[in-house]
Write a protein that binds this ligand. Structure first.
Ligand code: HEC
Length: 121
């Protein structure tokens, strides 16, 4: 009699364990299915490497080259705000508005200008 009773308890214990395992894995799934948090802002380096490098690496169309202190000096002299403005709006029809990164936030573009300016100072 006691044997059967303990066997039954063992089965119950296993069932409870199985249930606990189910709850655990469904909790994990719920976390995985949660809506993605807004993406962290891209770094200036990442934006530069994706959008700006095409022109600013080679100096295409007279773009001040990355790391070229001589080309950047007169631009840096205008002040950061002026550089941000020409990045938002474009310049002289050759520097495209937002450097072609249409989904970049102003903050991401500022970080990119900062990154380019730091390399040329
Ligand atoms: C299609 C080529 C092209 C791309 C892509 C491009 N630029 Fe430019 N950029 C230029 C040219 C050309 C100039 C020089 C414009 C002039 O002085 O007439 C320039 C100038 C600039 C200047 C100096 C502005 C000033 O007021 O003197 C900044 C800052 C700049 N670009 C930032 C960026 C950033 C940031 C990106 C990427 C998000 C980018 N550019 C992408 C072509 C490009």
């Amino acid at each position: 009699m006691t044997f059967f009773r303990s066997a039954r308890l063992t089965i119950l214990a296993f069932a409870a364990l199985g249930l606990a395992a189910c709850v655990d894995s469904s909790a994990v799934e719920m976390v995985a299915a949660a809506p993605a948090a807004p993406a962290a802002p891209r770094s200036g380096e990442a934006v530069y490497g994706t959008y700006c490098v095409a022109c600013h690496m080679s100096g295409a169309a007279g773009a001040p080259k990355y790391g070229d202190a001589v080309a950047w000096a007169p631009r840096i002299a205008k002040g950061k705000d002026a550089l941000y403005e020409s990045t938002y709006n474009g310049l002289n029809g050759v520097m495209p508005a937002r450097g072609t990164c249409m989904d970049c936030s102003d903050e991401e573009l500022q970080a990119t200008v900062d990154y380019m300016v730091a390399a040329a100072e």
